[in-house]
Structure formats: structure tokens, C-alpha cells
Design a binder for this molecule. Structure first.
Ligand SMILES: Nc1ncnc2c1ncn2[C@@H]1O[C@H](COP(=O)(O)OP(=O)(O)OP(=O)(O)O)[C@@H](O)[C@H]1O
Ligand SMILES: [Mg+2]
Length: 379
């Protein structure tokens, strides 16, 4: 109904069956995605998975081989870049070295038939927003990397774009500055309420900043959702492994116990899993069991509690990380116990000293923290 359509605003960006081929090489496979108005959407994935290509297609820098792209409900596939009203920031911020900061920021407004006083007002407002109000007359090389990146951002947002497109804008900055800038960037995005597509291969950046996370792999979108959902309920082994560290054990559904499924892993131990993943997984079905390293808790006691798995193990090696440690463990079990000899990793916060190498430990994992994926016999 038309009146229904009026109530629901068009998404800021919609990709509909978009595909990009370079010769025989499929850089982006058929992808459909929407960026809701005002949302911060992150494309996350390893090098070469198609993030930049996707962003460039939205920007109009690369033509899709197939499919349609809409901005605010209007197809832009045939609209040239300068008519798409998008703000772009790339990794190497490409400011004009011989222009002042003022002229760099004002550049975006140059072709918009705007009175000089209005241009000056907008540039100053935007410089205040990125918290660099007193550098108008300087040249880019008289600014730090972080300041230059703020100017690049100011230049992108001064035009009041419909969508902000950011390709690894923080990756040239050192770790501390990067952390500060990501808070800053999020603040500015929220203040302007501007729909943003952000590209990164840094998972902590993606988890911290996004309203919606899009995990890509080899030109495919593997999973889309709020960061917490994607993190806690990975839809594939790739996502489980790429976001954080996961233990992935193949096994077979062996039975059901109250609200839990019993999974006999090929490596030996039987693990109780929350039965939320039960649908289509009868006894005998092959599965892969995903347990995040941070959810394996090293405990001194042997008290498992209901719905909790407990495995005896020994610490093989420890990676000391400051506030936490990453433990490489091997399960032990009693004499002749088939649970012995499974390699697991656990990441736990540490008080002062990590558990030492060689120490015997109990490893606790709640059935609720185990996620089931289809196993090796499922297509
Ligand atoms: N102009 C081009 N011609 C041919 N192949 C290309 C071209 N641009 C990109 N590709 C290929 O497409 C694939 C996706 O590239 P893209 O730049 O989108 O990756 P990315 O996810 O942004 O990676 P990174 O994290 O390294 O920036 C890569 O294998 C790349 O080599
Ligand atoms: Mg890239």
C-alpha cells in the first residue's frame, strides 16, 4: 500500500543482487544488503574479500557487472559519482598539500553555487565538529596524521552527504590514536545521524563501532547482524574463526538431555550444547561444535553445575597478553579415558599471574556458550 510505503523510509543504501567481475575473477558475488537510515554499517573481512570493491560500487568509482544500487530509494547505478551526494574518506586521506585546511574542506562545496559567507560558515562549523577549530590557515603537512584524517572527514561531511563511505580511514594511524579516533568518528556519526558504510579488516574496530556488521569472505557476505549477535551466534565456521578465536570440533549428535543436546565429538569428549540449535539436528546428524576461546574458563575446582561441561586438561603453552592470557590446552582425562588428547584454546582474564605452563586445570564451558553448525555431511 502506498500509505505504508510513506511510513517506512527508504534505506540510505540498498544493494540488490550486485555482482562485480574483473575478467574471469569474481570479486563480489551476488550481494543484497541494506543500510538503514542513520545506521553505522561495517564491512569486515580478510584482505581481498571484496570490501573496497563493494564500497567503490556504492561510491560510483566502479561499475557493478550486475545488479542495482539505490541511495535513498533512488537507483544510482547510472548516476555519475559527483551527482551521488556521498562523502568519501579513504585510507590515504589525499588532502591537497598546497591548499590550506580551509580550502581543503571548502573544496567539496566549490561546485555548489553557494555564497562565500555560507561556505565560510559551513567550513567553520564542520571544523568545530571535528574539534579542529584553529587550523584553518595551516597546510596539511603542518598537521599530525590524526589531524589530517579529521580534515579529510570534515571535507567529506561538509557537503551534508546522504551517506558517508569510509575505507579503512584509521589504518594509517598508530594504535592509541586509532582508538581515540574511532570514538571520535562514532560521536560525529551519531551527532550528524548520517548513514555510514565503514570498511575495515580490524575486528575490534568493527565490533566496537557498528550497528550492523557485515562479514565478508571471498566475495560473499557470510553473515549480517548486530555485532553481539554475529559474535555470539556465528552462522559459519569462517565467521566463528575470523571473529575472535574459536575451537571448532566435528562431531555427531548423540542424544538429548532436557534442554540440551549431547554431541559426541570425533576427538572424544561428549559435550552438552544448548538445544536452541536443535532444529533439523536429530540423533546421528553430523555437526560442528563451536566454542569461543573466551568462553572456556579455567577453574581450579571440579564443580560443573547443571548445563555445564567440565574437562580435565593440562596447560601446554601460555601467551601472556597483559590483561588476559591465551592458553593452549590439551585435555587429559583419567586412565584409558577417551577424552584425552584434544587440543583447545582458552582466553581468560588474569589477575596478576597467568596459570603456569604444565599446570593441570579444569576447563568449564556452559552448554549455552556452545554453538552448533552443520557438519561435514551436510552439502
Ligand atoms: N581493478 C581490478 N582489477 C582486477 N582485480 C581487482 C581489481 N580491483 C580489485 N581486484 C581484486 O578483487 C578482489 C577484491 O579486492 P578488494 O580491493 O575489494 O579487497 P578488500 O576486501 O578491500 O581487501 P583489503 O583488505 O586488502 O583492502 C581482490 O582479489 C583484488 O585483487
Ligand atoms: Mg580494501
Amino acid at each position: 500500500m502506498d500509505c505504508m510505503r510513506m511510513i517506512e523510509p527508504a534505506p540510505a543504501v540498498a544493494l540488490m543482487g550486485v555482482e562485480k567481475r574483473f575478467g574471469d575473477y569474481m570479486a563480489v558475488r551476488e550481494t543484497s544488503l541494506t543500510v538503514p537510515d542513520g545506521a553505522f554499517v561495517t564491512l569486515l573481512g580478510p584482505s581481498g574479500c571484496g570490501k573496497t570493491t563493494t564500497l567503490r560500487m556504492i561510491a560510483g568509482l566502479t561499475d557493478p557487472t550486475r545488479g542495482d544500487i539505490q541511495v535513498k530509494g533512488r537507483s544510482v547505478t547510472a548516476v555519475p559519482i559527483h551527482k551521488r551526494n556521498l562523502g568519501l574518506v579513504f585510507q590515504n586521506y589525499a588532502l591537497f598539500p598546497h591548499k590550506s585546511v580551509f580550502d581543503n574542506v571548502a573544496f567539496g562545496l566549490k561546485y555548489r553555487d553557494m555564497p562565500r559567507a555560507e561556505i565560510a560558515r559551513r567550513v567553520r562549523e564542520t571544523l568545530a565538529l571535528v574539534q579542529l577549530p584553529h587550523v584553518e590557515d595551516r597546510r596539511p603537512n603542518q598537521l599530525s596524521g590524526g589531524q589530517q584524517q579529521r580534515i579529510a572527514l570534515a571535507r567529506a561531511i561538509v557537503i551534508q552527504p546522504d551517506v558517508l563511505l569510509l575505507d579503512e580511514p584509521l589504518s594509517a594511524l598508530d594504535a592509541n590514536l586509532r582508538g581515540e579516533m574511532r570514538v571520535e568518528l562514532k560521536r560525529i556519526q551519531r551527532e550528524l545521524g548520517i548513514a555510514t558504510v565503514f570498511v575495515t579488516h580490524d575486528q575490534s574496530e568493527a565490533l566496537a563501532m557498528s550497528d550492523i556488521l557485515v562479514v565478508m569472505n571471498q566475495g560473499w557476505v557470510e553473515q549480517v547482524g548486530p555485532p553481539e549477535e554475529v559474535y555470539n551466534h556465528p552462522a559459519s565456521a569462517f565467521v566463528a574463526d575470523f571473529l575472535g578465536h574459536s575451537n571448532i570440533l566435528p562431531g555427531t549428535v548423540a542424544g538429548e538431555d532436557g534442554g540440551f543436546l549431547r554431541v559426541r565429538t570425533d576427538a572424544g569428549p561428549e559435550i552438552l550444547c544448548h538445544a536452541r540449535d536443535r532444529a533439523g539436528r536429530p540423533v546421528g546428524r553430523r555437526v560442528r561444535l563451536v566454542m569461543r576461546a573466551e568462553r572456556l574458563l579455567l577453574a581450579a575446582d571440579h564443580d560443573s553445575g547443571p548445563g555445564c561441561n567440565l574437562l580435565a586438561a593440562r596447560v601446554r603453552t601460555v601467551d601472556y597478553l597483559g590483561q588476559s592470557a591465551r592458553y593452549f590446552l590439551t585435555t587429559t582425562g583419567a586412565d584409558g579415558d577417551p577424552v584425552a588428547g584434544v587440543d583447545l584454546q582458552a582466553i581468560n582474564p588474569i589477575d596478576r599471574h597467568p596459570v603456569p605452563e604444565g599446570a593441570p586445570v579444569s576447563v568449564r564451558i556452559r552448554g549455552e556458550d556452545c554453538v552448533l553448525l552443520d557438519g561435514d555431511d551436510d552439502g
